[in-house]
Design a protein around this ligand. Sequence first.
Ligand SMILES: [Zn+2]
Length: 1005
Amino acid sequence: MGSLLPLDIESRRTIASASLRPLANALRAELQPLLAGALVIPEGKARLTRLGGRCEFDGTLLEFDPYSPHEHRCRQCQRVFTGPAHHDWWAMGAQLWTAERAVQAAALYWVRDDKAAGALSVRILRELGQRYHSWPNQDNALGPTRPFFSTYLESIWLLNLCHAVSLLESAGIDAETARELSAVRGQLIEPSRDLIASYHEGRSNRQVWNEVAILSASCVLGDHRTIEKRLDSRTGLHNLIATGLLDDGSWYEGENYHLFAHRGLWYGVQLLRALGRPLDASLDARYRAGFVTPFLGLLPDDTLPSRRDSQYAVSIRQWRFAEWCELGIAHATALGGRDASTGMRADRRHDEQTGARALARTDVRLGARPDARLTGTLQRLYEADPNGPLQSHARHPYSTADAERNEPAGLLSRADLSWRSLLMADAELQPSRSWSPGSVCLPSQGLAVIRREHGQMYVALEGGHTGGGHGHPDRLALTLQHGRNRWLEDPGTGSYVERKLHWYRSTLAHAAPVIDGASQDGVAAQLLAFEDRGWAGWIKKRVENIKPGVNVQRTVVVCEAYVIDLLEWDAAGEVQVDLPVARRVDQCSAQHWERANPGGAGGLEDGFDFLVDAEVDRHFKGFAAAGVADSHGEFAQSAQAVRHSPQGAGYSVRLSSGEWGSDTQAHYGSSQRFELWRAMAPASPGRPAERLHWIRTRAQRGSILGMWTWNETLNIRIEQAPLVLTITGGDGTSAVHSATDSGWHIDLKAGHATSSIDLKRLPQGAASVGQLRPAVGTSPGDHDTEAEQPPSDVSAHVPVPVHSHPAWVVPEAPAALSFELGEAHYLRTEQSWADAGKPRATINLRVDDNHLVLEVTARTGAPTIPALDADNALDNERRDVNADGVQLYLGPKSGPPWTRSWLAVPAKECAPRARVTPLLANTPDIVSTWNLTADGWWMSLSVPLASVPVQADGTFALELIVNERPAHRVRRRGQLVLSGGAGFAYLRGDRSDSTQAMTFRMPPR
Ligand SMILES: [Zn+2]
């Protein structure tokens, strides 16, 4: 069997007994309770629920302690929680923790010949192997798995166990142990690999883990045919790296998923090296760049920006970031020893002296030396934190492998690292200067940051591509942070299965423009300008069709003591623009607050439903009104204007907060009349609600102008058309800002000295949209390591309309159009159509008495329906999604969003009527009846013809889905889909993609 890591046992033994001895000792001490006692292996399968693992009071993730399966503490409020939901969540951590201990023990056996540790590793593998099939592969949240609820978790777990087996065997084992490990292969490694391979997650970060686990398991199984087949596949590891990593080295789904995907890639890249098939130079360069990118956007308090689905305020002063740097440095060091002409590794570094020579030699040739930014960041992590007192340090012993849990910032040393560093980190760290990031622009990732005051002042404008399934509609969001004071920020994202997820994924939760009360469409932002000239810098981004026909751009100019924030839009007609401008305000110049309903477009994902106690002040004139008077509007002084005017009309509003710092103020106004709104809104997950202020205005074309000032009192005057801003400091110096065709012009005056700065736009054509690389093999579909067809055939499994037909004419009663739904229409979860008992349904359509009538005969067994008062404890989907029933969708044609949809279940409490839930706003109630049949149930749904969105040519689009849930399951098992199935039904909830929908035509009347 080949090794999974490119390791040299002699040199590693030396290092583990010398410079990394404290780490080896710490890893050994952590195993002591297991060496002396019972293993930690859950009886049941891990389960994801809304409650499980979170504090019931503040939503904080509960602490994980492998030795406390029934009591779980909240770090925030110190309460202890018990109960099955929390225990089932704990089971996930316990499985991963135990798997990681298996490889940790094997690593100590390998590097120290620690026989007790080796025996522990074998014991864990044996027990997990014997129990693998006791965990059922059902009721999963995302993909097939036995011990977990999502496939990628089983991938992480299997990968750890494979490393354990590989290390044990390469260190040498006796015949009895060899027999035991052979049993583990048959009981666990092969079936788990095949289960993971039965599911493919396209270009998701999770697929990295699935792919690496399958390859590693195949390696342990000696299945070289599968390895070759998968490596050569267009959906294989090389292509995941080539298409998933942007030019700057970052994973396309954003920072949070970059960290996760890149850690998975680390295993993959080391495996490729061990297999003698390393990445080519350009891919490897991109992979190496990926070690540095997370630190480029770092906030002044050493936390990561909470962009997209990231958790809030994650500190890099955790051991896993130190290990991240160590592994990046070690990879570059190893690559430095590679011979440029052959791509093969030259002599490995056996001791420091020869290693340094090899490094010096190859540096010149390849330029592949550890990145100074990485060594400088690591240096900083191992130093004390200059920004504040860190908690005294203690090694955190409860790592759950690569399913990370964030810990508070702490003091770190090399003894805090994991088995990976014990086996792979450089013997000694080269002396390095500590490094902090400066201004930076990553157009593809959409990150643009200008820093001031030695990195203490941070200004970022959100943009770039949409970020896939984990992207948020927050194009043009502004982030402002001074030291630890967060003025405007992304609130991060909490639990994926809570209702509040919709808030965190709304535009309104971000300091980004909201058009007509609805979250933005998922479109990319163009970078029009990024330049930092030291005294002055600017960022300009533009989004076309942020909503259909609406184009918005935002310009942020950063000077020494202030930021200018200009939002401009043009639209086909008048639009309402809401711009959140501040949080946690405690002083505001508005004085005419009245209770009001802020409205919103009506969707949960638009965010307005989460606001409470909303108030508005409608007395703001806008600068254009000022222009009528004297062509000058007093901007900063408008608070005074409010006070002195009996009407209370001002041109702008002034906001400040004790939490921003005492000298910090924000001023906002608009070119036209505007309103200032405020309401209590959810704060970052786990924190109490806080007050949000936003500007609302209406215009076909218009602008909102803001100024943030700190450290200094400034006077600001504004002229409209063209826009000229004059900013005067207390010392008499002034800066006159104006927009020009080529960029932004600033005239500076200090006494008699004058100078000017021109900030330039990027050349036309250079504007970056942040496109993703062309997708190769993007379609999720079945993968089967044992199947005859190569994995490149996944497209054959992609759902296709089974009934390709121009338009089906719906006849008048008593005739009917009839469809038989079976295997070709089935969307599965874990079981195939055959294993699910071959569920079938017949659909009849006809027009009868001014109604479109649909009859469903489901041959799926007796229906399982949750009680009327039951709550879906699993996730934030509707209760009746996990029931036998029908989802019906109508739209004008396939492609655009549906305009009518219903969820109907054959519930006993209202028989013979069905329990019908309209799923979209403006969907009328319909009549639906049902009855039991010998092998299932029958249901009829009648939609008034007036409610069918029939086009002028008589056509409309329709989708009908039959949900199937046997009584012994807690979730829906599968769906029969009229337009065609094949594939998986995970995460679809009550939604249906209209692009596959069939077209129907009304009968001539
Ligand atoms: Zn709590």
